[in-house]
Design a protein around this ligand. Sequence first.
Ligand code: XMP
Ligand code: MG
Length: 185
Amino acid sequence: MYGDDIASVLISEDQIAEKIDEIADLVAKRYPAGAPEGDLLLVGVLKGAIFFMTDLAKRLQIPTQMEFMAVSSYGSSTSSSGVVRIMKDLDKDIAGRNVLIVEDIIDSGLTLSWLLRNLKSRNPASLEVVTLLRKPDALRTQVDVMHVGFDIPNEFVVGYGLDYAERYRDLPYIGTLDPKVYGGK
Ligand code: XMP
Ligand code: MG
């Protein structure tokens, strides 16, 4: 549907579904239903994590509640500076709750490490992260993540929520973008 903009399919729809089943099992084990902290609170980071968040919530066999945050990193569009601005904050107080941040991708890790510090200061009972993707070669700071779906090469990827200039989020798989799309060769 996007012509030949997508150079290759890195992770297929089936591979994503299988991985989410695995992650859902691990998460459900970590947060047994009926905990005194109440239902697990999934915090999705907009917009990239939307599909991962909803697919994960549907496969989890425990009750969850959902909140969303939107953050934007100052600096150039291709590299993160670690200075983050909240575009949309949580609607609810998270004090005393079990909070699981649901991320699309960890690149430098700077955005997430800022987010972890920010949410920690709100005194949740627990705070953990699951991310669908991580680029190990791009990491610039250590972040503790409960579970990583896929470690991928240090290439720009789109699809399954991830965009380039707001396009390609609707693809059901994760693919690499042909450099011609962003003006490369
Ligand atoms: P950092 O570098 O702080 O940034 O870990 C993570 C955020 O940067 C975006 N990002 C990408 N978005 N394809 C995308 O569509 C990519 O390959 C990519 N790498 C990083 C994303 O918003 C992520 O939350
Ligand atoms: Mg993101």
